[in-house]
Design a protein around this ligand. Sequence first.
Ligand SMILES: [Zn+2]
Ligand SMILES: [Zn+2]
Length: 260
Amino acid sequence: MLVDSHCHLDFDAFQEDFDGVLARAGDAGVGTMVTICTRLSRFADVRRIAETNANIWCSVGVHPHEAAAEGVDDPAALLELAAHPEVVGIGETGLDYYYEHSPREAQDISFRAHIAAARESELPLIVHARNADVDTMRILREEHAKGPFPGVIHCFTASRQLADAAIDIGLYVSFSGILTFKNATTIQETAAELPIDRILVETDAPYLAPAPNRGKRNEPSFVAHTAAYLAGLRGETAAGIADITTENFFRLFSKAQPPA
Ligand SMILES: [Zn+2]
Ligand SMILES: [Zn+2]
């Protein structure tokens, strides 16, 4: 069994063939998915998807792109929504200096409020970090010093230093389809060398489809390609990597129940 630890099933890209997407995920061995919240105004839709599908869980949070418009400065709102039984993580949150759709200060404030919610709820923080390695490391370390929190750096594209810093404070690292891209040699080296018990896989669907589907709409079934590629890097079988990453997922996302 495989887990897609990060996808966006509420997005319009899945409107037309939602049932087919889930059927193909099942056929590919994807037994569990987490559909990730990007703004609180979308949370009701995200949660409904989790409530109506036994093998789909959800998160609550505000993407750094939305930090100016909808960012949170107080963990209370997140904690209240996170009490729902379908909510297994806090995020996605973090810093995106590549697009910088929101000012950096707004991203910082919202990121820290999410960390406080993860610390308080003990639900894993789902971190988006793009072109912001130094500040991401600084904030994670400063906040960790106030008290530990579980979490994952999702869709990992950062430096080895950020991966090591994250592992150091107990976080996990999740690899998306980017791992399979020809020019992603640094990410591949990181994926080959990190502690095997801290690695997850994800699609971030509908974005970033792995090879051989690069450029197409991504969907949870494609996580099998990323897992197979990771297996090759690690000298493991595909089944072995599926088992390890699934075990890692349920250790980190401990509120999610494995399928019966
Ligand atoms: Zn992201
Ligand atoms: Zn995402």
